[in-house]
Design a protein. Structure first.
Length: 424
């Protein structure tokens, strides 16, 4: 291996598994983060978040967890994995990418390869990151290389992880591309595809996540429409899935969360504005998916009307707060919007999430069911999917809104509990 020392900047859901895989492949790894609490856990060989693959790997590998800038000097490769959020107006916030790039530029030596893994719109590497290094005196291709390799990791996925997901890489010049490809080939046991430009690599990630957002918005719209006809949209999607080509199932739900799908399309929407392009499709998808938590609460009110109850003053249980099953990640979680909307409408909200004890108001599913008149299931954690019709009936839960369409509709209704899913 020509490159031996790797520095990962940002040890979150993306950076920490990446650092662990690099270390497992023989690289000398330094992980830098601004969050000292996180670093303490990593130093103790523990993952700051629940991730089976990482929890197994971390104790077996050596990562120098650093908060001191001096520790990031003289590295061969810098992998920037910092957040790329949007602000309250959905405008991209590139300050972590800019801050991390400045820090690397001030501390690296000539010959380094810098790879941005954070998700960005086409143009950020060349128009925002490159000038930072040039200003620090580094000439691209001569003094350093700059590449983009969008991360595709899917937290909580038992099959796909940073070690086996195919990657695309883009760079600014040929030697940078060659070196980046070689590095990723040494850590990933899957295809590494070289793109023709760094902008193409940036656009790949935007395409992937916008594709998800748009398709989910479409089935959410269909769910809201078909439910008015008394048609179960999940059965319709299962039927369509028997077509062996040109159909890919996406599923409706109470909303889209996480740091990627509800965020990345905004980066493209804003970029388009720079050259007077209106991304109507992406904006519509975002609007539909952002509306789903409110639709879910309205659905609950519709069902409560059947028993002449109002959300105001009712005891409503919310099962699951994290944005997806079997992880403890709260970012952009639709459940948070549901909880806020319920509170705004005057409900007494009872919360349980086995992965988020800090927000749970009770310590078990059983206690939540015992205390609630109606329930919204907002996350399909395995513990929550296992709730049966008998559990609801036994605890006198009268109304169930299944925000993830994961419960047994027929048996729940057969026990006299009022049930609705999203389009089901
Ligand atoms: N989470 C995912 O599933 C996922 C998947 C693919 C791509 N991505 C992309 O990867 C990037 C990182 O996402 P994440 O989920 O790992 O975020 P995260 O919030 O889990 O981790 C980012 C880490 O960076 C640290 N940090 C912030 N600013 C810093 C700085 N200036 N210097 C050093 N450290 C800094 C934070 O303390 C945090 O620990 C984002 O662009 C995201 O869109 C995320």
């Amino acid at each position: 291996m020509q490159d031996k020392k790797v520095c990962v900047v940002g040890l979150g859901y993306v950076g920490l598994p990446l650092a662990a895989v690099c270390a497992s492949k023989g690289y000398e790894v330094t992980g830098f983060d601004t969050d000292e609490k996180k670093l303490e856990k990593i130093k103790a060989g523990k993952s700051p978040f629940r991730e089976e693959f990482l929890e197994e790997l971390l104790p077996k590998v050596k990562i120098k967890a650093a908060h001191d800038i001096n520790d990031i000097k003289n590295q061969d490769i810098y992998l920037i994995c910092v957040p790329t959020p949007v602000d309250e107006k959905y405008l991209p916030d590139l300050s972590p990418v800019i801050g991390a790039s400045q820090m690397v530029a001030e501390n690296m030596s000539k010959g380094a390869l810098v790879v941005l893994e954070s998700t960005v719109n086409p143009g950020v590497s060349e128009d925002v990151v490159l000038p930072i290094f040039e200003k620090a005196g580094f000439q691209i291709g001569k003094d350093f290389h700059l590449s983009h390799c969008p991360e595709r990791v899917n937290p909580g996925d038992p099959k796909w992880n940073v070690g086996n997901i195919p990657r695309v890489v883009g760079s600014i010049e040929e030697e940078g591309l060659r070196r980046t490809k070689e590095f990723y080939k040494s850590i990933v046991d899957a295809e590494i595809m070289a793109m023709e430009s760094i902008r193409e690599a940036e656009a790949v990630k935007i395409l992937e996540n916008s594709f998800r957002d748009v398709n989910i918005a479409f089935v959410n719209e269909l769910a809201m429409s078909l439910s008015k006809l008394g048609i179960d949209v999940t059965n319709v999607i299962k039927g369509a899935s028997t077509k062996p080509y040109a159909f890919m199932a996406h599923w409706p739900s109470c909303g889209v969360g996480g740091h990627c799908i509800p965020v990345d399309p905004y980066y493209m929407i804003e970029k388009g504005k720079e050259y007077n392009f209106d991304h109507k499709f992406l904006k519509t998808a975002r609007n539909i998916n952002n509306h789903m938590p409110f639709y879910t609460v309205e659905l609950l009110q519709d069902l409560l009307n059947n028993i002449e109850k109002n959300i105001k003053g009712a005891k409503i249980g919310v099962l699951g707060v994290s944005y997806k099953a079997n992880v403890g990640d709260l970012r952009e979680s639709p459940a948070l919007v549901i909880i806020e909307d319920l509170k705004n409408r005057g409900a007494e909200v009872i919360i349980y999430d086995p992965y988020i004890p800090q927000l749970s108001t009770v310590e078990s599913v059983e206690k939540l069911l015992a205390d609630s008149e109606a329930v919204i299931l907002a996350t399909n954690h395995k513990e929550l999917e296992a709730i049966t019709a008998d559990d609801f009936a036994r605890n006198n839960v009268r109304v169930v809104v299944d925000g993830k369409n994961c419960l047994d509709k027929k048996t729940i209704r057969a026990r006299g509990v009022i049930y609705a899913g999203i389009g089901r």
